[in-house]
Structure formats: C-alpha cells, structure tokens
Design a protein around this ligand. Sequence first.
Ligand code: NG1
Length: 447
Amino acid sequence: MSAADKHFVFLNTIYSQQVAGQRERYQQALQLFRSLYGEGEVHIFRAPGRVNLIGEHTDYNHGFVMPVALDRDTVVLARARADSQLHLSNVEAEFEICQFEITENIPLAPNNHWSNYARGVAQHLKHRLSRPIKGADLLVVAEAPWGVPRGAGLSSSSSLTIAIMLALTELNGWTGSTAEQVQLASDAEWYVGTRGGIMDHYISLEGQKNHALFLDCRPVAGSYQSQPIPLSEGYDLLIINSGVKHQNVGGGYNWRVAACRAGVGLLKAQFPEITHLRDVQSVPWEVLEPHLPEKQLVSELTAQGTDLDDIPTLVPEAVLEVRAKCRHVHSENERVQGAIEAMYQGNVTRLGQLLSAAHLSARDDYDISCAELELLQSFLQKQEAVLGSRLTGAGWGGCMVALSKRESSQELARAVQAYYHEATGIVAETFVCQASQGAGLLTTLTV
Ligand code: NG1
C-alpha cells in the first residue's frame, strides 16, 4: 500500500463500489483545497443523502419513517480560521465562492443562494456557543456522479447541512448528542425556509450499512428511538430520478405542514393534550374524521386559534385541505408499522404492497405527485420484477423507489429508462441503493 493509499483506507469501509473513482474524487478535492486555501491541516467530513423507503410527510407530525442512508454524499474539507469568517467554495463552478462573518443574526443571501445552508448552521451554532466562534475555510464536494442528486427528494440539502455542521462543530469543539445535532441542522433548514422535520438529518447521521432505519420522530426525554432493520436479501431498492426538480422553500411543502397543524388545532377540542398528529395515532380514523373539515380558510383557522404565523408564503385567503392531509399522515404511520413487521417476517410481498399503497395515499390524499411520477409508477406497477413502488421524498418530482427482484434490477433499470425517455424525452438516472453508514469525520491530514 502506498503512503497516499494509507490516507484513504476509510474509502473501502464506506463505499461498496467504485472505490478507485472515489479515491480520485477525494484526491482532486484535496488539491483544490490546497490551491484555494494554502498548505496545512485539512479535516474531511462526509454526510450521506437518503432514500425514504416508506413514511412520507410524517416526520414533522412526530410520526414514523423508514429511511436508508445512500452512498451518494456531500463531502466537506475544512480548516479552522483564526477569525470568525466563513469562507465557502465548491468544486462545482456554478456555486460561487462566498464569505461572511459568523454572527448571531446572519442575513439570508437572496435567491435561495446555496450558502444559506452554511449561514443557517453558523448562526445556530453561534447561538449555542458561550465563547467566540472560530470561522473556517470550507470546500464542498458533491458533484455527480458521487454527490446526492439535487432537488430529487434524496435529501441533498440535509446532507450539505449535516456535513457543514459536523465541520463547524468539530472545529469549535461543540459536542452535542445526536438529538442536539439533529436539532441544530433542522434549525438551519428552518432558517433557509423549510418547515420540515428531522428525518433527513437523523438518517444522515445515524445510517447503517445494509440497513434501513425505523425512526420514531417524536422526541422522548430529549432523544429519538430508532432501530436498524436489515434490508431484504435478494431484493434491491431501485431509485429512478424523474429529472423533475422540486424545492421545498415555498408553498407546496409548507402549506401541507400548515394543514397538519390545522388538524391538530381542530382536534384539540376533543383531545386537549395533543401537540402533533402523532398524538392521535391510536385513535381510529373514523373517530377523527368528523372533526376535520375537507377544506378551511387560513383566516378562519387562525381566528380559531391555530398558530400559522411562522409558515412562509401562507396567506389568510389560502384554503387548506385539512381532512385529506391528516388522513394521509394517519394511514402512512400505519403503513410504516406494517412495513417493519413485514421486513422482520421477510414478507417482501407485503412490503411491496405497502409501498404501492403509500404511493396512492401520497398521490390522492397528500397530492404531491405529478404527471412524470405517475408515468413511472404506472410502468413500474406492471413489471413482474417489481414488488411495489412509490414516489419518495417530498414529492412534486424527484425520485421513485421500486422494490425489485435483484436478478432483474439491471434489466428493469434499462426498461424503465427506455419507456420514460420515449414518453417524456427525459433521460432518467437510475441506480440501485447501496445502504451506507452515517456521517462523520473521516480523516485529518496535511496538504
Ligand atoms: P426532501 O425529500 O429531501 O425534500 C423533505 C423534508 C423531510 C420530510 C420529507 C417528506 C426537510 C429538510 N426535508 O425531504 O423532513 O418531511 O420532505 O417526507 O425538510
């Protein structure tokens, strides 16, 4: 083994395939770091994206999810600075270099600038430190084909947020529990504008090789319960990217968060103690339904006491589909519980059925599908090799996940690509999910 190879032994543990390509990726990044920031010590951090097997839009309702960490990731090279500036570069030229001072109140950069994730992390870390913060020189490495595809429902934003958070917290000697780290990252994404949940940050930190993670998103005594569940032998999770990009900073996502909160507000008349939809999970849906209107105006909901003030883009004249949105959350939590049972029993047929049922609920009740995803779903549902399939992630584009027989996955990938290209003119990226380990500091070396 050469001296250079010794630095990269961690690659064999993390990546199951194309290790030589990964080595080249890391080496090129180190060279670029040196040319941007000069010689010296460099820490390398990595945070994976995720595919969510089942449990969509349940996390911010304190419900159940079942994500898998991917081997597609964001890598951040970092060095502490003597001042409190953050200098941010990216291996991809489209992301412009920028720098800012880390204060308690960092202004958002306009037009959804990519640096906002770093700004969010830096500001919220500053709030947590009782001493002056150290700035950093950072280089972000998340280019295709190794990075998490962006806007594809695979949590590219959270993998970026987590990798930057690990860098800044390590350089500043801040050690938090997993729940505290998750909270910091989640606060950072709220700063950017998504009123999201904690699933993506948790799985990015806690993912395990060859496993999905069942996660209960309700905090108990300041931490979360999770359980790794082995992925079924002989079956693959095939990911198909529709190429239709989505963004959560805006109406679609946040209005659904609002509809769920409205449901909680209305159910409080019968169940005064509840704070999230999860708190009525054990109540049969038939009992809940009569208390939830099909549609209600935001102005009426706020007049009745539901707090929706912090939801970006929500206007008083907006109409929220409260009943259908709550029904999805309630039924999806049941499906996740069914999926755990099916996985433990090795009942892939049942697991597949639950995935397909989750898609219908996401499409009809949560209304987060789109024409391109429906084309993919109708094709996948007809394939003998597919046990079940669904849209994954926030929706409105992004990816499908199909549970497929391993011996047929490659053929299926080619067939779905050909069909989709013929129908839409879009070349869909497809890949088999390699469940990877969670985020961390990989190594420290000198360039
Ligand atoms: P994606 O798919 O990466 O946009 C978003 C939220 C999750 C979760 C899912 C839907 C963030 C950072 N991510 O993920 O928390 O709510 O949608 O299940 O808010």
